[in-house]
Design a protein around this ligand. Structure first.
Ligand SMILES: [Zn+2]
Ligand SMILES: [Zn+2]
Ligand SMILES: [Zn+2]
Ligand SMILES: [Zn+2]
Ligand SMILES: [Zn+2]
Ligand SMILES: [Zn+2]
Length: 208
């Protein structure tokens, strides 16, 4: 008896399911589809469509694109351009901060210049905004009786000079005991008598 009851219950269940399936099919045949969730159209594309729960038909004209973007990655080996790649369709989109350099410590930009800057180790881009100049000077070079010394940068060849006079005070100025260069306290006037000096000099013509 129990067995008969069970089978009749099962029959009722199957019957109502079949009725339901039939009903749904009828609705679909009448064009009354029951649009369900968005679903990917196939495994390798990112196109999503609306699918009918009853017959599996795609809703015409209704698509959307949903990519699954991967982490930030470099676009190419020697480039600092960054991108995201879609796991599904391999589409590429530029990253928000699209350039990500990998800087070294400051180094010389070229072998014969004294400009130092940060250089990207991936793409060799030079960050000129941060550049500084750093000369490597040799010893000061001078000659006896000349109060001017020079030194030369061993990298770029530029010259730096310095004067170091042995000043002796004079009435209205001073004179170097080695090279006899003069300086007047009052520009344009003689350093000995304060009369108008020879143009571009520190001395009146009779005081030479
Ligand atoms: Zn349908
Ligand atoms: Zn995609
Ligand atoms: Zn770079
Ligand atoms: Zn230099
Ligand atoms: Zn001097
Ligand atoms: Zn004078």
């Amino acid at each position: 008896m129990g067995k008969g009851l069970l089978s009749s219950k099962l029959f009722k269940c199957v019957e109502s399911f079949l009725m339901f399936a039939f009903f749904v099919k009828i609705l679909c045949l009448l064009g009354l589809h029951r649009w369900g969730q968005w679903a990917y159209q196939n495994f390798t594309s990112c196109v999503q469509v609306l699918v009918c729960d009853g017959c599996g038909k795609f809703k015409p004209g209704e698509i959307r694109i949903v990519h699954i973007w991967g982490d930030l990655q470099y676009a190419k080996e020697n480039s600092c351009e960054t991108i995201h790649v879609c796991f599904r369709c391999h589409s590429i989109k530029p990253a928000v901060s699209s350039i990500v350099h990998s800087f070294s410590e400051k180094t010389y930009v070229t072998s014969d210049s004294c400009v130092m800057a940060r250089i990207c180790q991936r793409c060799q881009w030079v960050e000129h905004d941060s550049s500084t100049t750093h000369h490597i000077f040799g010893e000061w070079i001078g000659e006896a009786g000349i109060c001017l010394e020079l030194r030369i940068c061993q990298r770029c060849g530029c010259l730096e000079e310095q004067e170091h006079h042995d000043w002796l005070p004079k009435l209205y100025g001073k004179i170097c005991s080695q090279c006899y260069v003069t300086k007047a306290v009052n520009p344009g006037l003689c350093y000995q008598c304060v009369q108008r000096a020879i143009p571009c000099d520190n001395v009146f013509y009779s005081c030479i």
